[in-house]
Design a protein. Sequence first.
Length: 141
Amino acid sequence: MAVADSQVVPKAIWHLCESLIESRELFPNKVFVIEDSIHAANHITIRIRVQWIEFESAGRSCLLVTLEDCKQLAELAAIAETQRFQLTPRESEVWQLKRSNYNYEEIANQLYISVNTVKKHIKNIYAKRSETLAQESYEDD
C-alpha cells in the first residue's frame, strides 16, 4: 500500500488518515469512517471525512478524504428553509447568517441593523418554523 507523505497532507487530515490505517490493522473486518472538523476564521468550518475505498479491479485499497464547507452547506439549507417556512427576503438574510453560526451582534453588523431587529427577525423565523413543522406533522397523521 502506498502511503502519502505526511508533509504534503495537512496535519489534521493526516492524523485522521493515520487513525483509519491503524484501525484497519487492529480491526481488519470492521468498516470505519472517521470525521472531524476544522474551525477557521470568518465562521468557516470544514468537515473532514476519511474512509477506505476498495478498487477491486486494481486489487488495492485507498483512503477517500472528503472535505465539506459547512458554511456553504448551512447557507444552502437556509435557502431551502426560506422557501419551506415562507420567510421574507430580510428574514432569509438573517437566517442564512444564523445558520452559519453568526451571533446576533455579528448578524446586526453584517446587515446594518440593530441587535433588537435581529432578535425580532429570529423570533418571527422560529414562529414560522414551528407553524410549518406543526402543520407538516398534522398532515402526516
